[in-house]
Design a protein around this ligand. Structure first.
Ligand code: ADP
Ligand code: MG
Length: 350
């Protein structure tokens, strides 16, 4: 059984060797003996893990290398940490000027803008200036001033980013805008890595970009990939809940890892456009969607929408399921969406 745990990134780094060869299975289609192979690599500041089934080690190595290469290419394009990245270069262009961008960046921005419109800006890739303020707070231990937030706000808002699909251009309407695709890039990279594997004939595979996972066909002889969900409630109870899935994306966003504590309040790295600050609600969101691009961005969006508006939004989406956990003074409360990710089993990990 293959079980992957979200959020325990640093631990996993220590325990996962680069390549593990597991037991063999016969492919139902070709009758060929397939073995499972696992690979780990660091990209986008996160641990990327690939599990795939292939007839031999050489095929598996080649495929994983190509998939990681694709992730690296996307990292180089989409990172906001490197001034040479395509994303940063775009932010440096003069306001009001259409800029031709790559297909990857266009797809990521197009998906983001659709979600921004649907969620009234809860998900918003133009929040860069406010995200920068959050990063400064993490270093200084101080909240930004109201004036800082007001100034940053003048260069944020998804309506200030305009896309033209036929020309494949992006236009930033006002000066000092900064795009940040940290809430969607890992999911997109996981999807793209899975696509590379599929093009190389490997369909029984999964790519996990820490908490953002893209799943292909199920492992041989299995109905799905067994994915462990770790969130605020399971952590408190010391239990693990799992779901079985294939050909889908699943993501968990939460406040358990990245936050800054100031004057006894926790501000998560997910920025609430309403306040301009990190979210202070203690909320953990797991989303299942047709792709990891979808699940990654939705998990961030639903975290911002919160325990009241989040479930209503998910219910309006035909192919999305969510599991939302929020902390109340009396303990964790859980809200499962109508198409809830049904737990297949609870208990020990294997
Ligand atoms: P993780 O999976 O690492 O917990 P998320 O997918 O939740 O991360 O995305 C968090 C990142 O998204 C932040 O570090 C920031 O780059 C970006 N971000 C923060 N707030 C928002 C928001 N409201 N909309 C879109 N992106 C955001
Ligand atoms: Mg996300």
């Amino acid at each position: 059984m293959t079980i992957f745990t979200f959020l325990s990134r640093s631990l996993l780094l220590a325990v996962f060797p680069l390549l593990i060869i597991a037991s063999g299975c016969r492919s139902p289609r070709s009758g060929q003996e397939l073995k499972s192979f696992r690979f780990v690599d660091l990209h986008m500041g996160s641990l990327f893990r690939i599990v795939l089934y292939a007839p031999n080690e050489a095929t598996a190595n080649r495929a994983a290398e190509a998939a990681f290469q694709r992730v690296k290419e996307l990292d180089d394009r989409l990172t906001d940490y490197d001034p040479r990245s395509e994303l940063r270069q775009l932010s440096q262009q003069p306001a009001g000027q259409p800029v031709k961008i790559s297909r990857d960046l266009f797809e990521v921005l197009e998906h983001s803008q659709r979600l921004a419109r649907q969620t009234d800006g809860a998900f918003d890739v133009t929040l860069g200036p406010l995200i920068q303020l959050w990063r400064q707070s993490r270093k200084s231990g101080k909240l930004p001033t109201t004036a800082d937030i007001q100034k940053a706000r003048q260069s944020t808002g998804f309506a200030k980013l305009q896309l033209n699909a036929s020309r494949q251009t992006a236009t930033l309407a006002v000066p000092n805008m900064q795009l940040d695709v940290g809430g969607i890039a890992k999911g997109y990279a996981a999807d793209q890595a899975l696509l590379v594997l599929r093009r190389l004939g490997i369909r029984q595979a999964m790519v996990a970009a820490s908490g953002d996972i893209a799943l292909g066909d199920p492992p041989p002889g299995k109905k799905g990939w067994t994915i462990a969900i770790e969130s605020l409630d399971t952590e408190a109870a010391g239990a693990t809940e799992t779901v079985s899935l294939h050909n889908a994306g699943i993501s968990t966003s939460g406040d358990t890892e990245q936050y800054v504590e100031i004057d006894g309040r926790r501000y998560s790295h997910i920025v609430d456009p309403a306040t301009g600050l990190g979210l202070t609600d203690r909320i953990g969101v797991t989303v299942i969607a047709p792709t990891a691009t979808g699940s990654d961005s939705l998990a961030t969006a639903v975290s911002v929408l919160g325990s009241r508006r989040g479930p209503a939004y998910v219910a309006s989406q035909p192919h999305v399921a969510s599991r939302i956990v929020y902390l109340t003074p009396t303990g964790p409360q859980r809200i499962l969406s109508p198409r809830s990710p049904h737990p297949v089993q609870a208990g020990q990990q294997h």
